[in-house]
Write a protein that binds this ligand. Sequence first.
Ligand code: 4AD
Ligand code: MG
Length: 461
Amino acid sequence: MKRIAEVLKQGQPQEEVTIVGWVRTKRELKDFTFLEVNDGSSLANLQVVLDPTLDNYQTFLKQLNTGASLQATGLLVPSPGKGQNIELKATMITVYGESDPEDYPLQKKRHSFEFLRTIGHLRSRTNTMGAVLRVRNACSAAIHRFFQERDFLWIQTPIITTSDCEGAGELFTVTSLDLEKLPRTQNQKVDYSQDFFGGKAYLTVSGQLEAEVMAMAFSNVYTFGPTFRAENSNTSRHLAEFWMVEPEMAFCDLQGDQDLAESFLKYIFKSVLASCPEDLEFFNQRIDNSVLATAESIINNQFERLTYTEAVSLLIKAERSFEYPVEWGIDLQSEHERYLAEDLFKKPVIVTNYPKNIKAFYMRLNEDNQTVAAMDILVPKIGEIIGGSQREERLDILEKRMLEQEISPTELWWYLDLRRYGTVPHAGFGLGFERLVQLMTGMANIRDVIPFPRTPGSAEF
Ligand code: 4AD
Ligand code: MG
C-alpha cells in the first residue's frame, strides 16, 4: 500500500500499486469512469481509471460516489490529462463504504467557509482544510525542531491551574461542584473549599508562570499546548481555546528575547516553505495572493524595532484617522497594530517598552518607572502575533507591582520564591499558534485554521 503523495511524486509507469482513499469526484464517460481519489497525504488527487473490463464494473460504479471510500490496485500509466503525469488503471477495486450522492454534504461546487464550519466532521476532506491542516502540522514539527536544535527542554505545563497568569480575568472555572446545589459559606458565598481541588481552579490562560519555574532549573525551556480564554470577543483572530508556544530563557534580557523571536519566526517560515510547497502555492493562488511574498519578506527582512513611545508618535502623525484615538498610555488596538506593520513598515514590527499600566504584573519595570520591558511582534493582516517580556526578577519591585494590580502575593508565594532563591534576569514570549497558521496560509478567519474551533456559542464538534 502506498500513500498517494508518494505515488504522485515517485510512481513509475508499469509499476503495480495499491492505494486507499476517498472519492473526491467521479466523471463517467462512455467507455471509462474517472475517479479522483485523495487520502489526505497531498493536495493533489490520484486519478483512478475504471473500464468495463473490470469485474462487476456496473456494480462498482453505483457504489462509487463522491465521499465513498475504497482500495484500488492497478498499474500506473502515463496520464494524457493535464495537471498530472501519472494515473492508476485499476485492475481491482474494493469498496469500504458507500456515500449517498444525494445527501453527502460536500458537493463538487465551492462551499463557503461558514458553511464548512457547520460540517466540522467532514470539512477536513476539502482542499483548503486539507492544506491548512498539513501546514499546521508542518509548523508544529518546525517549532519543536527549532527549540530542540537549540537545546531547549519541552515542558508540559498544567491545563488546570489556580492562578490567573495574565491577570485579565478571562478564566474558565473548573469545578466538580453540583451547580444545582452549591455549598455555601456562612455569608452565602460559594464554598470552594469543598470543590475538587480544595479551592477555585481554572483552565490555564498561559503556561508562563510554570515555564518560569522550569527555566530556573533548566535555563532554556518551552511549552506548546492549549490555552483558554473566556473573552467574549467574536473576531477573526480570537478563539476561546488556542495553542500557544512559550519559550522561557534564564540569563536573557529583552534584547535576547527579541532576537530569539525573530529568528524563530524566520526559521518556521523557511522550514514550512521547504516542506509544504504545493500547499503554500495553493493558498497563494486561491486564498490570498500575498502569501508567498509575505513568507519571503519575513525570511529576508530584518524586523523593524521601535519603542511604544515611538510607535505612538508615528500613529499620531499618521495621515489617516483611527476609530480609537491615539494618545500615550492607550493599549494599541488592532487597527493601530495593522497600520504599523501593514501600511507603514510593510513587515513585522517589534514594539517594546509599553506603559506599565496596560501590561501584566510580571513584566520588568524600566528605569523610567513608567514603562515595562515588554515586546509585542505585530505582523501585516493579523496585528499581534507574539507577546512577551523580560520578567521582573527583583523581589521587592515584583511584590509592589502585584499589589498595584491587586494580585495576591500570598497565593503566588511559589512564584515569589523564585526571586528569593537564586533569581536571575530572564525573559520569554508567547506565540499564538493559530495566528501563525493564519499568517502562513492567508486564511482570513482563525476558526478555519484549527481542526475544532471553540468560540462564544460554539463547540459542537
Ligand atoms: O500576549 P499574550 O496574552 O501573552 C501571554 O499570555 C504571555 N504569558 C506569553 C509569554 O510571555 N509567555 O498571548 C500571547 C499570544 C498573543 O500574542 C496572540 O498571538 C495569542 O497568544 N492569543 C490568542 N490567539 C488566539 N485567540 C486568543 N483569544 C488569543 N489571545 C492571545
Ligand atoms: Mg498580548
